[in-house]
Design a protein around this ligand. Structure first.
Ligand code: PEP
Length: 257
């Protein structure tokens, strides 16, 4: 059985004070019902500069730590401004996002660069959370499967299907991120089943065990419906992860799977 995962992408939010309150609130919410952490993995993804302090805040809790990006180069080396996956691992990260749509769209990250980040993350012992998803224009042109196949294929080509045994895939339709517009459970399931099918064509066991998260305006009010889909193994949550109560309610929904 796949244990669900709920991952909170804090994006460029947070200060020492707000992070302390947020981690405290999530930890308190999880501690109220031991079943939550028993049935659902929970991870938070603060900014790079807050990783060390958040790691300390989360140390005695079931909350795992992730980073929002990493350098494609293994490092150390002359890559000013970049952060090596090995440094993230040293700080206590278990996960790292690669290929978030904001990185792809705002910073021009190509499929090839994302695949190299995926490899660098795994080489450092991190679990990459590979983000894939189509824009609204691509969906309207009926290209959703083709786009997702291309993004996933770039990683499969370079890392091989075996690498997915140590990774998570997050389907995040770009039109649903931060817009309040969520994919319907059926739309999410359709793409998740497609992704699992692509992996199954290469390795059935890995396809059966890899966790596929849905991301895009996940909230407490829609999490249960989304997570009830057979191929949705949890969520990658942006805005709603900045509110402890809301985030814990999403974890509670995923834990019911
Ligand atoms: C995200 O940041 O990956 C995300 C899905 O954001 P939101 O939940 O706010 O749509």
């Amino acid at each position: 059985m796949r244990k669900p995962l709920v991952a909170g992408n804090w994006k460029m939010h947070g200060s020492h004070a707000t992070n302390a309150a947020l981690v405290g609130g999530i930890a308190t919410g999880l501690a109220r019902d031991a079943q939550l952490a028993a049935h659902c993995d929970v991870a938070i993804f603060p900014t790079f500069v807050h990783l060390e302090s958040v790691a300390a805040l989360a140390a005695a809790t079931p909350i795992a730590l992730g980073a929002q990006d990493c350098c494609a180069e293994h490092g150390p080396g002359a890559y000013t401004g970049e952060v090596a996956a090995s440094s993230l691992q040293e700080l206590g990260c278990r996960y790292v996002l690669v290929g978030h749509s904001e990185r792809r769209a705002l910073y021009g990250e190509s499929d090839e660069l994302v695949a190299r980040k995926f490899l660098a993350a795994q080489a450092a012992g991190l679990v990459p959370v590979l983000c894939v998803g189509e824009t609204l224009a691509e969906r309207d042109r009926d290209e959703t499967h083709a786009v997702v196949a291309r993004q996933l294929g770039a990683v499969l080509e370079r890392a091989g299907v075996a690498a997915l045994a140590r990774a998570v895939v997050a389907y995040e339709p770009v039109w649903a991120i931060g817009t309040g517009r969520t994919a319907t459970p059926e739309q999410a399931q359709d793409v998740h089943a497609f992704v699992r099918g692509r992996i199954a064509a290469l390795d059935g066991n890995i396809a059966g065990s890899v966790r596929l998260l849905y991301g895009g305006s996940v909230k407490a009010s829609n999490a249960l419906e989304l997570c009830s889909m057979p191929d949705v193994d949890g969520g990658l949550v942006g805005g709603a992860s900045l509110n402890a109560e809301e985030f814990v309610a999403i974890v509670a929904a995923a834990a019911r799977k």
